[in-house]
Design a protein around this ligand. Structure first.
Ligand code: AMP
Length: 176
């Protein structure tokens, strides 16, 4: 049987030299791969009650939407700045050069809502940390974070665990 990592294509030097891009389009495009990934993300949380799954733009929408459906939770899109039509709150985060900003609608969560954060991959954890801060500033409670891929050498998992957040990943790759 194929493992999750076998469905993922690695593209060297994309989007810039030295990066090994972990491309999940090959996983999403394969019915067995997509089912295995969504089941893997869901399995861990069977019995837990989440009000929402929050997915990070853009690949987190594809996986997070399917996970929300399975867990019978609502879905919150965590979007890049300037994309949402209603009142937003934003959270800046550090990139290698400069900063970026993600946003959710102000009324996306109610105080005390329980949220599962989903994205395709965790590297440094900067994006996920910003998403957690954003959701918790809005009053939600991020109970866990789930990723298809972990790049442990970049420290993201440790960073989220240091915030007290349990982290689930379905596979891991060494290096960048
Ligand atoms: P980070 O904030 O460093 O944890 O980066 C996570 C975000 O960047 C995720 O939304 C990923 O989709 C994307 N990303 C970072 N590194 C890679 C990589 N090597 N391959 C594919 N996507 C990546």
């Amino acid at each position: 049987m194929k493992k999750i990592e076998d469905y993922i294509r690695t593209i060297p030097d994309y989007p810039k030299p030295g990066i090994l891009f972990r491309d999940i389009t090959t996983l999403l495009g394969d019915a067995r791969g997509f089912v295995a990934a969504v089941n893997g993300l869901v399995q861990h949380h069977v019995g837990a009650r989440f009000d929402h799954v929050a997915g990070i733009e853009a690949r987190g929408f594809i996986l997070g939407g399917a996970v929300a459906h399975e867990l019978k939770a609502g879905f919150i899109p965590v979007r890049k700045k300037g994309k949402l039509p209603w009142q937003v709150i934003g959270q800046e985060y550090q990139l290698e050069y400069g900063t970026d900003c993600i946003e959710i609608h102000k009324d996306a969560v109610k105080p005390g809502d329980k949220v599962l954060l989903v994205d395709d991959l965790i590297a440094t954890g900067g994006t996920a940390e910003a998403a957690i801060k954003l959701i918790e500033r809005a009053g939600g409670q991020v109970l866990a974070c789930s990723f298809v891929i972990d790049l442990p050498d970049l420290g993201g998992r440790a960073r989220l665990e240091a915030m007290g957040k349990p982290v689930l990943s379905l596979c891991a790759f060494e290096g960048h």
